[in-house]
Design a protein around this ligand. Structure first.
Ligand SMILES: [Zn+2]
Length: 314
């Protein structure tokens, strides 16, 4: 199953990044080679692969009538320590040097005067990469939070100042209750800066902000974790939040939960269920921690799943 999409993949090239690139060439030569090879492959066969994790960037494509962006907050790696208790042979097979490639990614949907940001990252390079994508912080009308772990909400503020002064914040009722118990000071600060929080109803019949967006209940990672399905002109894209943390390990082994999962068993059940729906309903899949930009399809592979790259058009 391969589908063609128009996609713009852009890398930042300011002075800071040039310096970072020079330094990283010294310490990360192998990754640079992989990235270069993949860019060359992308130029000639337009076939996206998921090894571009060493770069900070944004990516953009058209989902039906909507403009959809992946805006990276930071590249990164997931350490196997978060999968403590997992069979060492499985870890060895699906990870390298005790780690797997990852990212902190956020997403923007633009349509009909709405600019919707999904999660806000850790506040690393989100603002720079939004600017590089031509998206102004004051044009963000709504922020949908999948959940309230720091790597998803810290980008709401630059110290005391809200980064998105005109945005309304959306959250599920269960997650708001959880957030109040885990960091009530930040809840109060957020309400003071952004106004009363709007409540996401994840019943798949109620649209969120746009008729094209619905929320899907995916509790387990946190008590109010929610994911989003975006549909336009027959194309469907699933924004999976923190349904998984290592694509190389948890696609083949969706039964493995990480120590970040509040309820590991519930998280594993909902992971299997939603990955199966992704395959059956032919959704494009993106999530916060799969390597950037991570627009992929999935296919069933034994008890697990495997990535089917999405073929790109120039
Ligand atoms: Zn996360």
């Amino acid at each position: 199953m391969q589908t063609n999409f128009n996609l713009t993949l852009t890398k930042q090239s300011d002075n800071k990044n040039i310096l970072i690139n020079l330094l990283s060439q010294l310490i990360d030569f192998r990754i640079k080679i992989i990235v270069t090879i993949n860019l060359l492959i992308a130029l000639f066969v337009m076939n996206y692969t998921t090894t571009l994790y060493a770069e900070s960037a944004f990516a953009k494509f058209k989902l039906g009538e909507l403009d959809f962006y992946c805006i990276q907050d930071a590249p990164g790696e997931m350490n196997n320590a978060i999968f403590a208790g997992t069979d060492s042979e499985i870890l060895k097979k699906h990870t390298q040097n005790g780690k797997s490639p990852s990212s902190i990614s956020t997403f923007v949907i633009k349509h009909n005067k709405k600019s919707i940001l999904i999660d806000t990252g850790n506040g690393n390079q989100l603002l720079e990469n939004l600017a590089a994508a031509g998206i102004k912080t004051d044009e963000i009308t709504d922020i949908l939070l999948t959940h309230t772990h720091p790597d998803h909400v810290s980008g709401l503020f630059n110290r005391t100042k809200p980064n998105f002064p005109n945005a309304a914040i959306w959250i599920t009722a269960n997650e708001l209750t959880f957030w109040k118990t885990s960091n009530n000071a930040l809840v109060e600060k957020t309400i003071k800066a952004y106004g009363e929080l709007k409540i996401i109803i994840p019943d798949e019949k109620t649209s969120i902000v746009l008729p094209e967006i619905i929320a899907i209940d995916t509790i387990g990672h946190t008590p109010g974790h929610v994911t989003f399905l975006v549909s336009s002109k027959g194309q469907k894209l699933f924004i999976a939040g923190d349904l998984l943390h290592s694509s190389s390990l948890q696609f083949p082994h969706p039964e493995i939960s990480s120590r970040y999962d509040n309820d590991p068993k519930q998280a594993a059940n909902i992971r299997k269920k939603l990955l199966t729906r992704t395959v059956n309903e032919k959704w494009i899949f993106v999530s916060a921690h799969i390597p950037f930009p991570g627009f992929i399809h999935l296919e069933k592979d034994g008890e697990g799943f495997k990535i089917i790259p999405i073929k790109l058009l120039p």
